[in-house]
Design a binder for this molecule. Structure first.
Ligand SMILES: [Zn+2]
Length: 100
């Protein structure tokens, strides 16, 4: 595979990953199991194509159980860190708050 083709594959993969996350967000409340499936597919796609999941999307789900964070997820800000607590497994994720 040529380097250019590889770049194209990643571009397409990233677009698909974004789409899957969109679907997951739409289904997060009504059908969380389906949302989890979309996340799983997106992560598999990222792994297979060695594409990085965009940073802002990475922040939107629980790495442990794959549940997408909704507004119900507990969010706390602590010393410039954003802390999400997963409603399902209790996993905490911390993110640095980026200020422009
Ligand atoms: Zn979780």
């Amino acid at each position: 595979m040529k380097a250019r083709d590889k770049g194209q594959v990643k571009e397409i993969a990233e677009a698909r990953i974004r789409k899957l996350f969109e679907f997951a967000k739409e289904e997060a409340r009504a059908r969380p199991e389906l949302a989890k499936r979309y996340i799983k597919l997106a992560r598999e796609l990222a792994r297979k194509t060695q594409t990085k999941i965009p940073q802002e999307l990475k922040k939107s789900f629980c790495k442990k159980c794959g549940l997408i964070f909704t507004t119900k997820s507990r969010v706390r800000t602590k010393k410039g860190l954003l802390v999400y607590t997963c409603q399902k497994c209790g996993e905490k994720r911390r993110f640095r708050i980026i200020r422009n």
